[in-house]
Design a protein around this ligand. Structure first.
Ligand code: PLP
Length: 384
């Protein structure tokens, strides 16, 4: 099997599971308890937080452990928007993940916020001039993802942060697909996220278990919590902490390869793969920005073919991938991201996304591209 659906989820790295095990079994104490077992659990939680804070170059107290990307996006966006007295205006784009889109819909419906949607071009790029024009004295938040989960296009975060901060608005980014592929040091000058106010990470995209995650919220910015209770996580997220998953997340992050070298390695593999596909499949059209994109995501439309059928044909050939709309839980609707890019619904329905992992090699990608050509030929009625 050649698994190229790593943007959907990744296997748990053995070191993360091993590190988590004691905190589920012999060392099962509650970190809020004052006895030895509780203190031991609290220490493990503190260590995990400090380790991730070093990786992100931020104070450990700026990190909130969550249940993943969806919760992290909800917490950062709702939490900052409701607690920010500047006003009820938020700026985003329709290419965001549902976790952001639905949170914004909630704020609009239930709390009377007004959302300005930035236009994206056919590759999913926003225009910084549009953002500058959309910013208002009552804009509390700009939320734009780092790298798109379907088409891979990245947003120009340094310019976004500069423009928003110039008028006093906060910036959140959904970095769920970015962890391990981009430098996420928020405290270091020159990274894409330096100086950002909030950033969401999900564990299951980087070798930690599903249901693990961490969200950065800068300094002592006021956050209205989603979960009310015992005041854990600095009052930002109540509930007995999931020590094992926090430890697993920190361990998986520590096990990530060095970002710059690994991104360069995979970018080369991805570009060879894209070239192979475009050369052998006449119907293939790459989606997203060809240059400013996620190193590990290559997504195509196949005019005239059915994306879901293609997916099954690929699976029969041992290649596991997603259609662009995989996140819409089994729905056959065309991807909202491609629709936002102005791609016709019937073309959008033909999309297939290939997403590479840290362990993927050229020896897997070349047969995967050949399998795709074979599958397309078969679906088009030209093959065997
Ligand atoms: N944001 C993006 C960009 C994603 O790709 C995903 C998951 O696919 C999420 C948020 C949601 O993350 P989780 O599955 O951890 O809730």
């Amino acid at each position: 099997m050649i698994y190229l659906d790593n943007a959907a989820t990744t296997p748990v790295v053995p070191a993360a599971l091993e590190a988590a095990w004691p905190w589920l079994t012999s060392e099962f104490g509650n970190p809020s308890s004052t006895h030895e077992m509780g203190l031991s659990a609290k220490n493990a939680l503190d260590h995990a937080r400090t380790s991730i804070a070093t990786w992100m170059d931020c104070p450990a107290s700026d990190l909130v452990f969550t249940s993943g990307g969806t919760e992290g996006d909800n917490l950062a966006i709702t939490g900052l928007a409701l607690a920010n007295p500047r006003g009820k205006h938020i700026i985003s784009a329709k290419t965001e993940h549902e976790a952001v889109l639905e949170t914004l819909d909630f704020l609009e419906r239930v709390h009377g916020f007004e959302i300005s949607w930035l236009n994206v071009d056919s590759q999913g790029n926003i225009n910084l001039g549009d953002l500058e024009r959309a910013l208002r004295p009552d804009t509390s938040l700009v939320t734009l993802m780092l790298a798109n989960n379907e088409i891979g296009t990245t947003h120009p975060l340094p310019g976004i942060i500069e423009a928003a901060h110039a008028v006093g608005a906060l910036v959140h980014t959904d970095a769920v697909q970015a962890a391990g592929w981009f430098d996420l040091r928020v405290g270091k000058n020159g990274t894409l996220v330096s100086g950002i106010d909030a950033l969401t990470i999900s564990g299951h995209k980087l070798g930690a278990p599903k249901g693990s995650g961490v969200t950065y919220i800068r300094g002592r910015l006021a956050v209205e919590p989603l979960l009310h209770g015992g005041g854990q996580e600095f009052g930002r997220r109540s509930g007995t902490e999931n020590v094992a998953w926090a430890v697993a997340l920190a361990t998986a992050i520590s096990a990530l390869p060095e970002t710059e070298l690994e991104s360069a390695r995979v970018r080369t593999l991805r570009d060879e793969f894209i070239a192979h596909v475009l050369a052998t499949v006449p119907q293939a059209q790459l989606t997203g920005n060809p240059v400013e994109r996620h190193p590990a995501i290559a997504s195509f439309t196949f005019s005239g073919l059915n994306g879901e059928t293609l997916l099954l044909e690929l699976e029969q050939r041992g290649v596991i991938v997603s259609s662009g709309s995989a996140c819409a839980a089994g729905s056959n609707d065309p991807s909202h991201v491609l629709i936002a890019c102005g791609i016709e619904a019937d073309i959008a329905q033909t999309s297939v996304r290939f997403s590479i992992s840290h362990s993927t090699t050229a020896d897997e990608l070349s047969p995967a591209a050949s399998a795709l050509a074979d599958a397309v030929a078969s679906v088009s009625g030209l093959g065997n």
